[in-house]
Design a protein around this ligand. Structure first.
Ligand SMILES: [Zn+2]
Ligand SMILES: [Zn+2]
Ligand SMILES: [Zn+2]
Ligand SMILES: [Zn+2]
Length: 573
């Protein structure tokens, strides 16, 4: 088979389907896509709220914390109740109706079966976290696996005592970092690996006690890339005074101004073989991927905090033992042969168009919220024979009577769920982070936009009133409601106010770092600026004389110097 150029149904731009891609679609028994990879990604992300916890009434009328907005048409149950046997999702089962499109029937069911308020697997004392596997004593952590005593962090795994981090793995006692792996006591740093007590540093590997450094490998006691004695280092660190917030903001700017003079490798990632994308670790033969750990034979996949993940296309957010997954979101922890599904995890297989189906479920089509079930369609049970006879008829019906969205895109068998049916409004979703649209654009495209409720702030303190040094803070701070200087008016979904928890105060005291000055959303979006987007540009190495070309997630208009692998290695040697 040869590669083929097709026009995307959605954006009308051309995209290429390679021979390997066709082989994968054949293996999954799905048609080739009609949307380009980027539009497919945007459509999946529109089905996921990654970071925003909201108040919504559960089916009993009790207000709880949820990933869904109070105006979202879906019904919810608190996590423990959802997992209990006090309700039965099979009661909502429906006969397949050949007079209506499949997607309309799926939408009706989606608005009836209660969803888990916050998708979690075995949470321990982590009532304000979501999309997480076994979080223990965590507060406002999202999209993370096996983390303990962490707060305000996202996309991490196997880590302990992490606050304000974005992309972290096997790390401990780290604060305000983006993309760290196997780091200990690393603060205000970006893309560091195997580092101990490293502060305001970037692209460092195997370093100890470094401050304001970039591109160092196996170095100790360096300040702004200059070596110094252990004694001198301690002296300078005292002088810098990172226990003061004022000093931190000055030092952060100094570090940024220093880093910008140095080259960056075209990709963040290590221990890979034949990969393209960004933030890729221990992976092979994986193309156009972004944030992968332990990936193999993947394409267009994103956000796997824990591997392995193999033989999959267009799979976002989870992994942790996943194989043969296509056009799915949030499926993982022992999943096999799943397509067009969301939030389905824990030893599930052979799912098509499922949402929130877990725990040893298999051979399900168009089901919602099932556990330990086999051979069901729209939450109705069939025999194996009936199921095997009915599914091909439904697929044929989907092709004969497709759903057509408000923009005119045609949804036959082989498309992910339409964005306009998402229980998450576009502006609440992860899509807004990477493919931002204005309210007008959202509504023109037929998607949902929901305003956050006007918050009433009764701040008892303003952040300039906070003690500059952590030593001057006592437990009385735990009672204060602190106003965020962005006052709910910035583009970061500012909460207007924030509080300090006991757990985080202990953390700041332990690391001798000051209180934050802005709310957790404003801090989150400030870190967001430090990660490259899930997009690739074809560029050339910027080292004079080098003609190497590569795919990089550094956009051509970004200020950083970007080098190919070999030029970068010469730089850091
Ligand atoms: Zn497109
Ligand atoms: Zn704020
Ligand atoms: Zn803000
Ligand atoms: Zn080069």
């Amino acid at each position: 088979m040869q590669s083929e150029t097709r026009q995307c149904q959605n954006c009308k731009k051309d995209f290429v389907i390679e021979p390997d891609d066709f082989a994968f679609y054949e293996k999954m028994k799905v048609p080739a896509p009609t949307w380009c990879p980027e539009c497919r990604l945007q459509r999946r992300f529109a089905w996921r709220n990654e970071w925003k916890l909201m108040r919504k009434k559960d089916i009993h009328g009790k207000e709880i914390f949820s990933m869904y907005h109070e105006d979202s048409p879906v019904k919810i149950l608190e996590v423990a109740e959802w997992y209990s046997d006090s309700w039965d999702p099979m009661e909502y089962g429906k006969e397949y109706d050949f007079s209506k499109s499949f997607f309309e029937q799926f939408k009706e069911l989606l608005h009836q079966v209660p969803l888990m308020s916050r998708p979690l697997i075995n949470p321990i004392r982590s009532d304000f976290s979501s999309n997480a596997t076994e979080p223990k004593d965590c507060y406002l952590c999202f999209a993370a696996s096996y983390i303990e005593n962490c707060a305000y962090s996202i996309w991490g795994a196997k880590s302990k005592d992490i606050v304000d981090c974005y992309i972290f793995n096997e790390s401990e006692l780290c604060y305000d970092c983006v993309d760290i792996t196997k780091c200990y006591k690393t603060l205000f740093s970006v893309s560091c690996e195997d580092c101990n007590e490293v502060v305001f540093s970037k692209n460092c590997v195997g370093c100890n006690n470094c401050f304001g450094c970039i591109n160092l490998k196996n170095k100790s006691y360096h300040i702004f890339n200059e070596p110094c004695s252990k004694e001198k280092y301690a002296e300078k660190l005292k002088e810098f005074g990172i226990s003061s917030r004022k000093n931190i903001e000055t030092l952060r700017q100094q570090a940024i101004d220093f880093w910008i003079k140095f080259p960056n490798k075209y990709i963040h990632g290590r221990h890979n073989q034949d990969v393209s994308g960004n933030y890729i670790y221990n992976s092979k033969n994986s193309k156009h991927c972004w944030r992968l750990v332990g990936g193999e034979n993947l394409k267009y996949c994103q956000n796997f905090t824990v591997g392995p993940a193999k033989d999959s296309y267009d799979h976002s957010n989870f992994g942790n033992g996943s194989e043969l997954i296509y056009e799915s979101l949030g499926v993982g922890k022992g999943v096999y042969d799943v397509a067009f599904s969301s939030l389905s995890f824990g030893s599930v297989s052979n799912l098509r168009y499922c949402f929130g189906c877990l725990q040893n479920s298999s051979f399900l089509f168009g089901c919602i919220g099932l556990r330990n079930k086999q051979y069901c369609i729209l939450n109705k049970r069939y025999t194996k024979e009936e199921y095997e006879a009915l599914v091909p008829k439904i697929i044929a019906h989907m092709n004969e009577m497709p759903y057509i969205d408000k923009k005119g895109c045609v949804y036959k068998y082989g498309e992910f769920f339409p964005t306009e049916m998402s229980p998450t409004a576009y502006n609440e979703s992860f899509a807004q982070d990477f493919f931002p649209l204005t309210k007008k654009e959202v509504e023109e495209q037929g998607f949902v936009w929901r305003e956050q409720k006007n918050k009433e702030f009764n701040a008892t303190k303003s952040s300039p009133e906070l003690p500059d040094y952590i030593k001057d803070v006592d437990d009385s701070i735990l009672k204060e409601v602190i106003s965020c200087p962005h006052a709910g008016k910035c583009e970061h979904e500012c909460n207007g106010v924030f509080k300090i928890t006991k757990q985080e105060l202990q953390f700041y005291k332990k690391l001798n770092i000051p209180l934050p000055q802005t709310c957790q959303n404003c801090r989150h979006y400030a870190r967001f600026a430090w990660r490259n987007p899930p997009k690739l540009w074809h560029r050339s190495c910027m080292r004079p004389g080098c003609t190497n070309e590569f795919e990089t997630s550094y956009a051509p208009d970004r200020p950083e110097i970007v080098y190919c692998e070999s030029c970068y290695q010469q730089e850091v040697a």
